[in-house]
Design a protein around this ligand. Structure first.
Ligand code: LRH
Ligand code: MN
Ligand code: MN
Length: 429
């Protein structure tokens, strides 16, 4: 089903076709001089996809305020429709990652059919035991999977198992578990006991995983707990994933680390250990800012992709990360931000693909730090825009997704049916 008129996209593309073709040819010549076949790079980029977080298509907020956007999705079906637009125009996001209970519906079959009509599938499903739902028996105020009370833990485990069951109905193959459990005061929590309780609960969830599923453990340094967090870093995540078994792996959200941490090195460690689940891409300057991917530190994003491309190049056994975005859009139209972020992730991938790995290996072996870093910079500084444009064009998308989207007036159209929702802080629940 086409959500944006195909003729409009074509008209929009027509005005830019000649330039796009010339730029592609020129870049092809440049890359050929480096013994790189642009078409090989293009095909790899075309085969790459990053999942849209369902919660990202609504306007986000902070704990201070939320400023609603125009025509925000009312329910999961509206969210899928917006994801369909993102995929139609930017052609880099073939799947959606749902969050339960935010995305609950009484008809999962209809949801799956709707997704198929928009050309979408489903990636990992996310559980939520970081906030209370109306009517639940036990509160998560003092924890969920690690709570001192067995009844609360059992409730959190049951919710995760319900998420697996929902995921099975829509074709997901992984459960992402992020918990906010931790403490706000020194002494409030017994660190070792809390971690033991986490393992005990996580084992019950793990036992409920279907044979071809994985469990993604997502760590985060702080927030909502501001003194200690049970799964606060990749070390805790790795310990838990190792204790659970091969289906459990560690998910890296780029915003969830201490300032100045070398995230690309964490990625390399997890790859080496066969424990890299995948990513929540976003960017940050201070903490879990959930800014658009590559908007602050595009070189860091590139360096992460450099590790990923190297692992694929070196055929590391079992290397199969899941790629997802996880952003909060407070001041932009979420559709525009998500299209731009997907293209940014694609860009980093393409830049990493054109790094001369033989030259890099040789420079490393010779301890030539300057040439080694130049090999990386050469990839990063190459403007791969013509490749991205061509990938979109070939897939029926827009050379300039944001321009075509604005020309379509999609947001104004859906706003007629979708009321403005004034809300407090904290996302789109
Ligand atoms: C936690 C997090 C996690 C949640 C999402 C809403 O900060 O990154 O992935 O599920 O945000
Ligand atoms: Mn996340
Ligand atoms: Mn986060």
């Amino acid at each position: 089903m086409t959500l944006i008129d195909a003729g409009l996209i074509q008209d929009h593309n027509n005005s830019q076709l000649r330039h796009a073709a010339n730029d592609y040819e020129h870049l092809g010549e440049q890359l050929a001089r480096r013994n790189i076949d642009i078409d090989v790079v293009r095909k790899k980029v075309a085969a790459f996809g990053v999942a849209i977080p369902s919660w990202g298509v609504g306007t986000g907020g902070t704990r201070f305020a939320r400023f609603p956007g125009l025509g925000e999705p009312r329910n999961v079906f509206d969210k899928l429709q917006d994801c369909g637009v993102i995929q139609q125009l930017a052609c880099a996001t073939p799947t959606v990652s749902l969050h339960i209970p935010w995305d609950k519906t009484s008809d999962w079959k209809a949801l799956r059919e709707t997704a198929t009509r928009y050309g979408l599938g489903f990636d990992a499903i996310n559980s939520n035991t970081f906030s209370d739902q109306s009517g639940q028996a036990h509160s998560y105020k003092f924890g969920s999977l690690t709570h001192g009370d067995a009844g609360t833990r059992a409730q959190a485990v049951a919710h995760n198992i319900e998420c697996i069951e929902i995921g099975q109905q829509i074709g997901s193959k992984a459960l992402t578990v992020w918990i906010g459990d931790g403490s706000n005061f020194p002494g409030q929590q017994h660190f070792r006991r809390a971690f033991d309780r986490y393992l005990e609960s996580a084992r019950e969830i793990y036992a409920a995983l279907p044979g071809d599923w994985r469990m993604f453990l997502e760590h985060k340094i702080c927030e909502p707990a501001f003194y200690s967090t049970v799964i606060q870093d990749w070390g805790s995540s790795y310990l838990a994933a190792s204790a659970l078994g091969p289906k459990a792996q560690c998910l890296v959200d780029l915003g969830h680390h201490a300032p100045n941490v070398n995230i690309e090195m964490i990625v390399a460690r997890l790859i080496a250990a066969g424990k890299l689940a995948g990513f929540h891409f976003n960017d940050s300057k201070y903490g879990d800012d959930d800014l658009d991917a590559g908007s602050v530190a595009p070189y860091r994003l590139f360096l992460v992709f450099n590790e990923l491309v190297a692992a694929a190049h070196e055929k590391v056994a079992g290397f199969d990360p899941a790629y997802m975005l996880d952003q909060s859009h407070n001041v932009t139209d979420p559709i525009e931000s998500l299209m731009t972020s997907a293209a940014q992730v694609q860009r980093s991938y393409a830049q990493a693909l054109i790094v001369d790995r033989t030259a890099l290996d040789a420079a490393q072996d010779a301890n030539d730090a300057l040439l080694a870093t130049q090999a990386l910079k050469r990839g990063f500084e190459t403007d791969v825009t013509p490749i991205l444009q061509r990938v979109r064009l070939d897939a029926g998308g827009a050379i300039d997704p944001v321009g075509a989207y604005r020309a379509s007036a999609y947001r104004q159209r859906v706003a007629k049916d979708r009321p403005v929702v004034i809300g407090g802080g904290g996302g789109i629940v």
